[in-house]
Design a protein around this ligand. Structure first.
Ligand code: ADP
Ligand code: MG
Length: 483
């Protein structure tokens, strides 16, 4: 590694027009609402566009996708349908998120194909889309390895390789897969490594697979002011009931639109989610032992607002594609200090103020001390006894949503417009009562304002959608009806 850690983003505000980019891309970025580079983009894009290897550190939400995306697109030859760029991501959700952003960034080029190869999906359609050529492959390591072993993908002409969230990929045990994949790419490639943290194994990975990588680092303190960190002491004797009650109290106090409550164990996620539901706070547990379908349904309900609260383990929350949360709660402090940074990075994004509230019992105070020793922003955080917090009486939000599960998806050629059309055809449901529509491979989900759910169920059960009859089901409405 060479180069120095750059200072904070202050004073780095720069337009994309300072970069050697075609006018069409500058226009595209403007259309996307990207007026100025974020700090990590301002530091990464000039060397990346020159073809240098980079090892870049910046927190979640800092704009890393465009930092590598704009660069890799510039090197593509649209007329060559061979795979020229490869992005590795830790999870399916992240791969989807990255691919979506790349497609937008690529709108200034005609016919650029971005193919997602991620686990939990059937291989057949992935193989079929590869046969039509893929300029860019966005993949999770395990699944890409499968494709390489089946020789259904060829990486021999990759000129840009991106390791996104490299630290998470290593945490998830993808080190071997990554090595295997790297061995199938040309040594002449440009390698861009992005990571929220720089532990020793990342530095090691960089030294083995990168050439004179320039280190770019956006100090986490740059954004720290937009995250208000607070610690709440729950007392002397650890008591899980008290911990769950404190989470309820904080949610009632801050009344966030949505929140993720981080827990260290699967059991804790389930206990806390149940406790929240008992207090009329719609919540579900997100942990690593869910089936893919259950996980999909939970994430859909969280994103469309019908379940605003998740109690999650770190592994399960990885790759959660969520916008800035107004509040994150650490029901328990993590054992690993870097995990704390990653958790609180879920709030206070894009300049919005967010609150990171952490709960601890006296016997866990050493963790608070360790955090405060490490980071100035954390050292300045307030520590309060939970008893000082006013738990407001919960005003139930006026418009609660519920989710209907429609037993058909992309495979049945369903599009959001088809579902919207079926719901509004008879004009019995106002458009304002219909929320987000998600179409997955084999199922679709639509959020409906609670008061209209019964009508919507009736309508969809009676009608055909795209001349097909589908099974319609209301997803469990946690918080209200389940004790
Ligand atoms: P990261 O990978 O660092 O967590 P993302 O690349 O997903 O962050 O970007 C976070 C959000 O910021 C996205 O919604 C993205 O569209 C937006 N964004 C990225 N760059 C810019 C920019 N220069 N101006 C405005 N918004 C941006
Ligand atoms: Mg990212």
């Amino acid at each position: 590694m060479s180069g120095t850690s750059a200072p904070t983003g202050d004073g780095l505000a720069a337009g994309f027009d300072s970069l050697p980019l075609p006018v069409a891309q500058l226009q595209n970025l403007q259309d996307m609402g990207y007026a100025q580079m974020t700090p990590v983009q301002a530091l990464s894009l000039p060397p990346a566009l020159q073809g240098r290897d980079l090892i870049a550190q910046a927190k979640t939400g800092s704009g890393k996708t465009a930092a590598f995306g704009i660069a890799l697109l510039q090197r593509l030859n649209p007329r060559d349908f061979g795979t020229q760029a490869l992005v590795l991501c830790p999870t399916r959700e992240l791969a989807t998120q990255v691919a979506t952003q790349l497609r937008k960034l690529a709108r200034y080029l005609a016919n650029i194909k971005v193919v997602i190869l991620s686990g939990g999906q059937p291989l057949g359609p992935q193989i079929a889309s590869l046969e039509h050529g893929a300029h860019v492959v966005v993949a999770t390591p395990g699944r890409l390895r499968d494709h390489l072993q089946k020789q259904t993908v060829n990486l021999a002409r990759v000129n840009t390789l991106v390791l996104d969230e490299a630290d998470r990929m290593l945490d998830m045990g993808f080190a071997d897969d990554i090595e295997f994949i790297l061995g199938h790419t040309p040594a002449s490639r440009q390698t861009l490594l992005f990571s929220a943290t720089f532990p020793a194994d990342i530095v090691n990975l960089s030294s083995r697979y990168q050439r004179e990588a320039l280190q770019v680092s956006v100090e986490s303190t740059h954004d720290a002011h937009s995250i208000e960190q607070r610690f709440y002491c729950l007392g002397e004797t650890p008591d899980e009931e008290r911990r769950a009650a404190a989470v309820v109290k904080l949610l009632q106090h801050w009344q966030p639109e949505a929140s993720v409550v981080f827990c260290n164990t699967r059991q804790a996620t389930m206990d806390i989610a149940r406790h929240l539901r008992q207090h009329d706070l719609p919540a579900l547990a997100l942990h690593g032992e869910l089936e893919q379908r259950e996980r999909d349904q939970i994430l859909v309900q969280f994103r469309n607002g019908s379940v605003p609260f998740l109690a999650a383990t770190d592994v399960a929350a990885r790759g959660l594609d969520i916008e800035a949360l107004p509040l994150v709660i650490n029901a328990e402090l993590p054992r690993d200090l870097d995990v704390y940074t990653h958790r609180i990075g879920r709030t206070g994004r894009a300049g919005q103020q967010g609150i990171a509230a952490s709960l601890f019992f006296e016997n866990e105070r050493f963790r608070v001390d360790a955090l405060r020793e490490r980071d100035a922003a954390t050292a300045g955080a307030s520590i309060q006894a939970i008893g000082q917090v006013q738990g407001k009486s919960a005003n139930a939000p006026a418009h609660r949503m519920q989710t209907l599960d429609i037993g058909g998806g992309r495979k049945n050629k369903l599009r959001p417009g088809d579902i919207l059309g079926a719901l509004t055809a008879e004009q019995r449901i106002p458009a304002s009562a219909i929320g987000r529509i998600d179409i997955l491979e084999h199922a679709s989900y639509v959020a409906i304002a609670e008061d209209w759910v019964d009508t919507a169920l009736q309508l969809l059960e009676q009608r055909r959608i795209k001349a097909q009859k589908f099974k319609i089901r209301r997803l469990g409405s946690p918080g209200r009806r389940q004790p």
